[in-house]
Design a protein around this ligand. Sequence first.
Ligand SMILES: [Zn+2]
Ligand SMILES: [Zn+2]
Length: 167
Amino acid sequence: MKINLRNFPAEGRDFEGEDPVEILDVSDPEYRFESPVNYRLHGQVLGHALVVTGRVWTCVGITCVRCLKDAERPVEVRDFVVHREIETTEDFADLTENLREDILLALPQNPLCSKDCRGLCPVCGQDLNERTCSCAKQAASPGSKRVEAGSTGTPWSALDRIKIARK
Ligand SMILES: [Zn+2]
Ligand SMILES: [Zn+2]
């Protein structure tokens, strides 16, 4: 994103638009970028300095660390700020690198498909967002049913008794 510094109005100037996703130049396989980098900025020239503030945002494809599904997450920089000294001979200020850095810093770490993703059951692998499995219930209540099973003498009865005795 380049700002034309020629005839810059005293009251500043608004900039709205998008840069192609290629400016991000990310090779991290954890993140998939397909959306452009959007910006809505206000620039002002104060003496020998260019000050640009505003909002920058895009979308990133991630793999949820809990349920392993692919999902799209918004990436937003709400307080984008650039303060740069400019020479009177400069015609343009190129903010591409600032956009890039701030977006990369805003990327979600350990990304989730949604903040209350329930993940996969560690026992059977069921996606608990889709439906519940019975593993958690069995683990939570090792009581009545298993004792009954044990008393009828299944091959697992001895094991069941050990587990219960340990509790
Ligand atoms: Zn998830
Ligand atoms: Zn399960």
